[in-house]
Design a protein around this ligand. Structure first.
Ligand SMILES: [Zn+2]
Length: 80
């Protein structure tokens, strides 16, 4: 399994370096495969307060679990 989740949402951070995207990159839709954020969210993160970051970290965590499941289905993982 390749779920990319963090145990504590408080430790969650967007990538410090460049995010990595699968396929074409759309600032409002494409999710980074490392941090699970869109480019727009990553930009907003910088100006967010603690509570907003906390909420977003939960949302992104859920989103990444779904995304990984879809990616694994669509891309025929080597390990079953
Ligand atoms: Zn990222």
């Amino acid at each position: 399994m390749m779920f990319h989740t963090t145990n504590s949402p408080l430790d969650f951070k967007p990538c410090e370096d460049e995010c990595r995207y699968k396929g074409p990159r759309d600032p409002s839709d494409s999710l980074c495969i490392k941090c699970g954020m869109t480019e727009a969210e990553k930009a907003e993160w910088l100006s967010m307060g603690f509570e907003e970051r906390y909420m977003l970290s939960y949302e992104v965590g859920d989103r990444m679990q779904c995304a990984w499941m879809l990616w694994e289905i669509m891309e025929e993982p080597t390990l079953q």
